[in-house]
Write a protein that binds this ligand. Structure first.
Ligand SMILES: Nc1ncnc2c1ncn2[C@@H]1O[C@H](COP(=O)(O)OP(=O)(O)OP(=O)(O)O)[C@@H](O)[C@H]1O
Ligand SMILES: [Mg+2]
Length: 280
């Protein structure tokens, strides 16, 4: 069954982005993390999906996209397609973009408080918002550096904002997507609550077992099949709590086509229009 928030990882593997709201993506250099996330962004921004054979949905519930990309890679190029103030490539911008995301989240929470008992963005049929942070470990490392008062202020604000979002984001439907070569509490400075709360974990590309273990933990079975670029193992809350991670391949899409998809998908981005929109 397709929901308003059905996200397709591959033709045979779908999740509900509202339920599995926070995702972590790991994988070595060039394994397809950023590219795969861009495909997911095209899907998110054109929700709801009504036909699994088409990458894009109808766009009636367009997920609003916010991006932090200190590497200024393909991800940051979405700045060309998004409204001003949605993409950050340095600390000052990141605090601004994430503050904006966080305050919108609180505005929506206040709105939902005044709706019927038990209402959520999901039950009200509201578009989601997503904050995607590429190179999460490097971003945190950048915020950990610097001893000036301005550096310390930014470090404090950054940690407070991310913690706030991770704690409150389910009801308002404000997802967090973190991408890093290594997703583990020890190596990436990943707040352990974010690691435990993530409903979807992907590890792209070929890696040794210990690296997969850092992503998925020790209780999960991991097949040994030699993944290629754009292929990943998935752990999905409720589905793979024990047992095997699920291997899958992202659709293979040429860069020019992907850019066209993104352009179309991101044609429904607006700072205020979707914050209080309900469809149920
Ligand atoms: N699904 C895909 N379809 C087509 N090409 C892909 C796909 N996934 C990855 N590629 C190709 O592989 C290249 C590297 O992928 P990508 O930039 O996503 O890697 P990465 O894991 O983000 O690496 P890094 O750690 O360096 O940021 C892409 O530029 C693209 O050419
Ligand atoms: Mg990348």
């Amino acid at each position: 069954m397709l929901s308003n928030y059905t996200l397709t990882l591959s033709k045979s593997l779908t999740i509900d982005a509202y339920k599995q709201i926070n995702f972590l993506i790991a994988g070595s250099r060039g394994s397809g993390k950023t590219y795969g996330t861009l495909i997911l962004i095209a899907e998110l921004a054109s929700f709801p999906r009504i036909n699994l054979n088409k990458l894009l949905g109808t766009g009636c519930l367009p997920t609003q996209i916010y991006i932090v990309d200190f590497k200024n890679s393909d991800m940051a190029k979405l700045g060309q397609l998004l409204p001003h103030g949605r993409v950050a490539t340095n600390k000052i911008e990141a605090v601004k973009v994430v503050s904006d995301f966080d305050s919108k989240m609180h505005n929506r929470l206040n709105f939902i408080k005044n709706q019927a008992f038990g209402a959520t963005a999901g039950t009200l049929g509201m578009p989601m918002y997503y904050l995607i942070i590429d190179e999460w470990s490097a971003t945190n490392a950048a915020f950990s550096q610097g001893m000036t008062k301005a550096d310390k202020d930014m470090r404090y604000k950054w940690n407070a904002l991310i913690t706030d979002i991770a704690m409150l984001n389910r009801v308002p439907g404000f997802g967090l997507g973190l991408i890093s070569q290594q997703i583990s509490v020890i190596n990436s400075g990943l707040n352990s609550s974010i690691q435990e709360e993530a409903g979807l974990k992907l590890h792209f590309g070929d890696a040794n077992m210990s690296s997969y273990r850092l992503t998925f933990g020790n209780d999960i079975q991991i097949p040994d099949m030699g993944l290629e670029t754009g292929e990943a193992y998935a752990w999905i809350e409720g589905l793979t709590s024990s047992g095997y991670v699920i291997p899958f391949g992202m659709p293979e899409i040429e860069p020019n086509s992907l850019w066209k998809y993104l352009k179309e998908a991101l044609s429904n981005q607006d700072d205020d229009k979707y914050l209080y929109m309900t469809t149920n």
